[in-house]
Design a protein around this ligand. Structure first.
Ligand code: PLP
Length: 399
């Protein structure tokens, strides 16, 4: 069997492959600290586990509607209304098996071959590959640390062509932790108003991890553009439900219907028992507890910043949300390890840190801006401190 040409254009998710690598080394007895996967080390709230278990004990084995259980679509519409003031009808909501699938559905439903999608870089690893699978063209716009890794209105204006179909925004951001302000979103909206062919995909998955607690997205700032904004979110981070695979999209009805059509031929409705758990998450977990999550990751970020500042050669833009630091590491390239190997790329540096210090990081190439290492702060504070101590020694011994 010859494999499809499209496989040549995409890669296995680098963050997932580093996660698998870490698991294999741990199984072989190495003491590995993972700053690799973007998977919170928090627990699924008990209310959610109980609701899911009860749903399993009741059976719930029949297929769910493709678009999601009516009760869940209702709960999501309510949540969007009360939490961030966005007025969606339940019919404008699609429930999918993870935020990743929502984004996949959106691209498959809207892109023709050659259509362009503007993606500020560094970006979450999967955006460009999802666009490529849908035969679109990812247009990466490099956003350096000096601009806090945020796309500027003039950059957006010059990246837009007649083939542009989407701008993808993710705030708080993976991999940089940058957060767009109201004014910055207003300025981008002003550019978009002149280009009616361009839609916005707002990936809000780190909504509750805005360290100032002042989350804002494009639909909130520019309600006049609501007919061309798809707001996406999921329960993987906020409720630690990453393995249960549930996400949702909210947007104009025609788009939601088109995305449901794609999903109807791929996975159908999301697992019913997880949807019941998701209803409990959105309606029964106190929002105050979610604020605690933000404080936990803010504390870890502060610890990481303190340690990283003490390492000569590492620079980064201070995160304002999420749980990542995008550490630029060009100063270590072209140095040699104690055994004489040359560190040529950030990939080499990530390998070196794994081999010598037992620390998993993910190199910048997969995020569209090198040389850098993405550090995911998803382990307890003592382990985090140990990881940075080990990193400091390993980097300090390069010559
Ligand atoms: N969007 C962003 C920005 C992410 O960082 C991730 C996961 O790391 C996802 C989407 C995928 O989320 P899900 O597990 O809901 O598919």
């Amino acid at each position: 069997m010859k494999l499809a040409d499209r496989l040549e254009t995409i890669s296995f998710s680098k963050t997932l492959s580093m996660g698998q690598r870490a698991a294999a080394l741990r199984a072989a007895g190495r003491d590995i600290i993972s700053l690799g996967l973007g998977e919170p080390d928090t627990e699924i709230p008990e209310i959610v586990r109980r609701a899911t278990a009860a749903a399993a004990m009741e059976g719930n084995g029949r297929s769910a509607p493709v678009e999601g259980l009516p009760g869940l679509r209702e709960a999501i519409a309510q949540k969007l209304g009360t939490a961030i003031g966005l007025p969606f009808l339940p019919e404008q909501i699609l429930v999918s098996s993870g935020t990743k699938q929502v984004i996949f559905n959106a691209m498959m439903a809207t892109l023709d071959p050659g259509d362009e999608v503007i993606i500020p870089a560094p970006y979450w690893v999967s955006y460009p590959d999802i666009v490529r699978i849908a035969e679109g063209v990812p247009v990466a716009v490099v956003c350096p640390a000096e601009a806090e890794h945020k796309i500027q209105p003039a950059q957006l204006e010059s990246a837009i062509t007649s083939r542009t179909r989407w701008l993808i925004l993710n705030s708080p951001n993976n991999p940089t932790g940058c957060v767009y302000t109201v004014d910055e979103l207003h300025a981008l909206a002003a550019v978009l108003r002149a280009h009616p062919q361009v839609f916005v995909l707002s990936d809000d998955i780190y909504e509750y991890l805005d360290f100032n607690g002042t989350f804002v997205n494009m639909a909130m700032v520019a309600p006049d553009l609501s007919e061309r904004i798809l707001t996406v979110n999921g329960l993987s981070k906020t409720y630690a439900m990453i393995g249960w695979r549930i996400g949702y999209g909210a947007g104009p009805l025609f788009l939601i219907k088109a995305m449901a059509k794609i999903q109807s031929q791929v996975t159908s409705g999301t697992a019913t028992i997880v949807q019941k758990g998701a209803i409990a998450a959105l309606t029964e977990v106190p929002v105050a507890g979610l604020g605690e999550l933000g404080r936990l990751f803010k504390r870890r970020t502060e610890i990481a910043i303190r340690h990283l500042r003490a390492i000569d050669g590492i620079t980064f833009c201070e995160p304002r949300g999420a749980f990542y630091i995008y550490a630029e590491c060009g100063a270590f390239l072209n140095k040699k390890t104690a055994s004489g190997s040359l560190i040529e790329t950030d990939d080499d540096l990530a390998e070196y840190l794994l081999d010598t210090a037992g620390i998993v990081t993910v190199s910048g190439g997969s995020f569209g801006l090198s040389p850098a290492l993405r550090l995911s702060l998803t382990c307890p504070e003592e382990r985090l401190a140990e990881a940075f101590e080990r990193m400091s020694i390993a980097l300090g011994s390069l010559q």
